[in-house]
Design a protein around this ligand. Structure first.
Ligand SMILES: Cc1cc2nc3c(=O)[nH]c(=O)nc-3n(C[C@H](O)[C@H](O)[C@H](O)COP(=O)(O)O)c2cc1C
Length: 184
């Protein structure tokens, strides 16, 4: 793959919000998890665990916790055959000290990187994903037996998009708005 093709994959990754019931091949899911596993993290702390939820009943229960409540969000999550819950683990000593001294939430940054690597690999596999940050964390933790001191930060919906799901143009700030050179 050349650099242009790599950028095409980045462009092809989009939040998929309509899934078919085609199951996700386990070897593809394994490669997505491998992509997350090798993600960079502050002091190589790797403060993450990924819970693959593929039992249909359990998966539907977790999906329900992403769409319950007054705001009609995330109703599509139930369609995806697999959910992957990213749990934030304790950082290693050096990362913790660094985060404290520099006042930076390294572990959250780390989780974001691993989740994105998962999603990019999924794109390369022909799978759709949507990163879900809006869900009832308490209920997700209870259902999945996540220990009290840990945070369930993100859920990744994974599956095949429905047929003819459109590739949207990226709605993003213009380059001129986000880039400067040599000073702020
Ligand atoms: C931390 C985070 C949390 C998100 N939470 C949700 C969510 O709860 N529901 C949803 O539909 N999309 C969610 N998204 C997806 C964003 O809305 C989406 O990435 C953004 O609008 C850009 O669109 P694109 O992913 O299609 O390029 C989340 C994305 C991130 C990075």
């Amino acid at each position: 793959m050349n650099a242009i093709q790599f950028l095409e994959i980045l462009n092809r990754r989009q939040s998929v919000r309509a899934y078919s019931d085609r199951p996700v091949e386990s070897e593809k899911l394994e490669r997505c998890l491998e992509a997350a596993r090798i993600a960079p993290s502050a002091c190589n702390s790797q403060p993450w665990k990924f819970i693959v939820v593929d039992d249909p009943e359990l998966k539907n229960e977790i999906a329900g916790y992403a769409s319950a409540g007054l705001i009609p969000m995330n109703r599509f999550v139930v369609q995806s055959p697999v959910l992957v819950v990213a749990v934030r683990e304790s950082a290693n000593f050096t990362s913790k000290v660094g985060a404290m001294l520099k006042d930076k939430p390294y572990t959250l940054m780390d989780i974001g990187m691993a989740v994105l690597q998962f999603c990019l690999q999924a794109t390369a596999e022909g799978l759709g994903t949507c990163i879900i940050g809006w869900f009832d964390e308490k209920k997700v933790k209870k259902t999945l037996h996540i220990p009290a001191g840990k945070r369930a930060e993100l859920i990744i919906a994974v599956g095949y998009a429905v047929e003819n799901y459109p590739l949207r143009n990226k709605v993003r700030k213009e380059m001129a708005e986000i880039r400067s050179c040599n000073r702020y």
